[in-house]
Design a protein around this ligand. Structure first.
Ligand SMILES: NC(=O)C1=CN([C@@H]2O[C@H](COP(=O)(O)OP(=O)(O)OC[C@H]3O[C@@H](n4cnc5c(N)ncnc54)[C@H](OP(=O)(O)O)[C@@H]3O)[C@@H](O)[C@H]2O)C=CC1
Ligand SMILES: CC(C)=CCC[C@@H](C)[C@H]1CC[C@H]2C3=C(CC[C@]12C)[C@@]1(C)CC[C@H](O)C[C@@H]1CC3
Length: 416
């Protein structure tokens, strides 16, 4: 039944009008989307109409439903929060088959419990998302920085400034990194336009790495859609382990248009052996920690895994009810530290190392993204994520016989 339902959503998303745009009381602009709509479809549909959503997670294949039920983050998150924070309402089918709508004003407890619930409260059928006007380019400034202290200071400074639409950092080793800030603009200096999304262009992280050779900042104008999907072609830097020659100039010119392979297809076709290989010799994790912990967190990842580049994305976490909120009752700036690749440290042991990192993240009031394997025990997991409202809703909505608990879907043991 569930499979048929997901299949129906897919058909709807792909073959019918994918997104419906409407004005709400003439005040706010809102896009109503099916959960199976992908980020690639959203930008392709909205951007030519002069609209966008404030947070557009960068991989083409990520879906609206997955980004709400898990979480979504992007370089505008220092202003807008996580993907859930730009959502105005959800429609869900509950365990008894009824269809309900929830928002801040209508069924608010359900509204705040849906994000991070991983599909364990109901099946999402429609979402209303805030829209903002799009512009043609992102004026992006790359700031190469040497020295961890300076890097962290600069990153923290730009994350707290309201004048940047986008903030992102790539750390290339424990001393060097590039902090990027961007703004939406309509006009560009023609000789500084760089359509980084074209199939023959270097992978974005490789392009950024080259700025480390410079002493001062460099500015480019990136077409909006190219900016949003900048990490798609190389799946961040994951593709370099799968197709090591993927960034080679000749390969890019001849076959670059075939990239990237569909992540869902790779997931579907990966053998048990490949799965084991990734489990034992690879780390794919995003840890969300208060931004004032950034330096010690980078050093901790360096000590345990030494995987570079490291992705830094700041985000403001409102003090809303639900699974994920700051420890104190006021909004707090956090940072997502993304680690994707083969650990270089000799002492890397998937379980022990991940557990040590998880322990640190929990101690500093942080969170682990749910798409990644968690080695926490159920008790540790329930401490990291506030289950108060979630448990109440699971009881009230009679979920226990219909859906598993989040932990039973995401823990490493459950995923074997
Ligand atoms: N920048 C970012 O924010 C990035 C985020 N991610 C992560 O990737 C995931 C998104 O990937 P994506 O492939 O889109 O999602 P997935 O298909 O992996 O779905 C993630 C979870 O959401 C549930 N889900 C999805 N749609 C629905 C729905 N309509 N109703 C109920 N439950 C639903 C899934 O349930 P089920 O398992 O039952 O299908 C699954 O548990 C997120 O978890 C996100 O955190 C990854 C890369 C970048
Ligand atoms: C930016 C944020 C918050 C997260 C980025 C995470 C991604 C880099 C990973 C999410 C799912 C991952 C998968 C793979 C690579 C890394 C991700 C895209 C594989 C494609 C790696 C090869 C395996 O055979 C299949 C994996 C599927 C999931």
């Amino acid at each position: 039944m569930y499979i048929i339902y997901r299949w129906r959503l897919q058909i709807l998303a792909e073959y019918q009008s994918k997104v419906f745009i409407k004005g709400l009381s003439g005040i706010k602009e809102v896009v109503r989307a099916e959960p199976m709509v992908t980020m690639g479809q959203l930008t392709a549909t909205l951007n030519p109409l002069g609209w966008t959503i404030p947070i557009l997670p960068e991989l083409d294949d990520l879906t609206v439903g997955g980004l709400i039920m898990g979480t979504g983050i992007e370089s505008a998150s220092h202003q807008y929060g996580l993907f859930q924070h730009i959502c105005l309402s959800y429609e869900l089918v509950l365990s008894d088959g009824s269809l309900v709508k929830c928002s801040k004003d209508e069924n608010p407890e359900l509204f705040y419990s849906v994000p991070w619930s991983y599909g364990t409260l109901g099946i999402l059928t429609a979402v209303e998302i805030k829209m903002i006007p799009a512009k043609k380019y992102v004026k992006l400034t790359y700031r190469p920085i040497k020295g961890l202290d300076k890097l962290v200071q600069e990153f923290q400074k730009v994350s707290s400034q309201p004048n940047h639409d986008f903030v992102e950092g790539l750390v290339f080793n424990v001393n060097d990194g590039v902090v990027m800030t961007g703004n939406l603009v309509d006009n560009a200096e023609p000789n500084k336009i760089n359509a980084i999304g074209k199939w023959y262009k270097p992978w974005f992280f490789k392009h950024v790495e080259r700025f480390l050779l410079r002493d001062s900042s460099v500015t480019e104008y990136i077409p909006l859609r190219d900016y949003y999907h900048r990490h798609s072609r190389s799946i961040f830097w994951e593709l370099q382990d799968i197709i090591p020659f993927g960034n080679n100039l000749i390969f890019r010119f001849l076959l670059g248009w075939l990239m990237p392979p569909r992540i869902s297809l790779m997931k579907l076709t990966q053998t048990q052996a490949v799965k084991k290989l990734y489990e034992n010799h690879h780390m794919i994790q995003d840890m969300l920690v208060p931004i004032h912990r950034l330096k010690e967190s980078i050093l901790l990842f360096h000590e345990h895994v030494e995987v570079y580049p490291m992705w830094l994305c700041p985000f403001i976490l409102p003090a809303d009810p639900g699974m994920v909120h700051p420890k104190l009752n006021s909004p707090e700036m956090y940072v997502d530290i993304g680690v994707y690749g083969v650990p270089k440290t000799k002492h890397f042991k998937p379980k022990e190392t991940t557990r040590a990192i998880e322990k640190y993240v929990a101690e500093v009031g942080g969170f682990q993204m749910l798409y990644a394997d968690t080695y926490t025990t159920r008790e540790e997991f329930r401490k990291m994520f506030d289950h108060t409202l979630y448990d109440k809703l699971r009881n009230e909505l009679d979920c226990k016989t219909a859906f598993p608990e989040v932990y039973d879907k995401v823990s490493q043991a459950a995923r074997i």
